[in-house]
Ligand binder design. Sequence first.
Ligand SMILES: CC(C)(COP(=O)(O)OP(=O)(O)OC[C@H]1O[C@@H](n2cnc3c(N)ncnc32)[C@H](O)[C@@H]1OP(=O)(O)O)[C@@H](O)C(=O)NCCC(=O)NCCS
Length: 292
Amino acid sequence: MSSIIRPMEQNDAESCGKIGYQAHKNISSAHGYPSEQPSEEFAIGLIRQLLSNPNSRGVLAERQGKVLGSIFLHKFPPSPVAVIGPLTVHPSAEGGGVGRILMDAAITQARKQNHDQIRLVQSPSHIRSFVLYTKCGFSLREPLFLMQGQPLRVRNNHTSSANVRPVRHDNDISLCNKLCKSAYGFSREMELRQAFNQGVATIIERDDGVIAGYAAGIGIFGHAVAKSNEDLKALIANASAILGPGFFAPARNYEVVKWLLENGFQIGWPANLMTIGPYQEPLMPILPSLAY
Ligand SMILES: CC(C)(COP(=O)(O)OP(=O)(O)OC[C@H]1O[C@@H](n2cnc3c(N)ncnc32)[C@H](O)[C@@H]1OP(=O)(O)O)[C@@H](O)C(=O)NCCC(=O)NCCS
């Protein structure tokens, strides 16, 4: 009996969330990492939240009315990148090709929406997903670490450095967009605006008025771009909160990872940025988000 794929609806949130929780629990407990989806409530809430986002689309696989797994595709206009995740398949259905069917559905949808760049953040402890993504055409671009700890500013009782301040207005946003374009080749304006609306976007403006970096929040859904590692460190050091379970740092940025470890941050879990389609390696130091 073959599986069918259909769009996910709000009343599927519970079954899909439970599968997400179970699938992540199995894999994280096998490797001794904390689970990315720590409780059923978290997992169901995550699905509900994604389903209410007009830029995210979920589909599920089911057989004889029983849900086997689900996947989301996200867009971040005007960024040309489409992002896949979370993908979860019930442990009892693993190995039956359900993951592949869901991936094919998400990739087909991205192509229909004219996205030639598709990205995802993979959990490398799970060889299954690495194999699946590789077979679907994704290549590994950047190993990451989720860095966890208390914000340095709070820990050291520091006030914000003179050069790091909140993003205040549209002009700041367009200057950040310009910096992002020089690093990535495109802006991440939607995510920056979301962080701005939440009051967590920060910018470094040097004394001569040059914009040297910005952070769309320091956290798992935030990203940051900076002209130098010193600027990136300043953005991290001046964050008044770490949003969510931590933030991703590129593992190959030795200087920043070493500095974070020396400043009391711990590595929570590893991850891999994987991509299909054109990819420009960022031309400046960055912190990626859970999306890309
Ligand atoms: C990752 C996940 C979605 C895969 O679902 P699935 O239905 O088992 O995936 P599929 O069977 O379609 O594909 C897995 C592929 O890996 C292959 N594979 C698994 N382990 C392998 C190994 N060690 N070496 C080589 N190939 C391997 C399988 O043979 C299969 O390929 P095939 O279909 O060509 O034979 C599912 O295991 C899951 O939900 N895991 C927990 C959550 C998770 O990690 N999600 C991804 C986060 S990045």
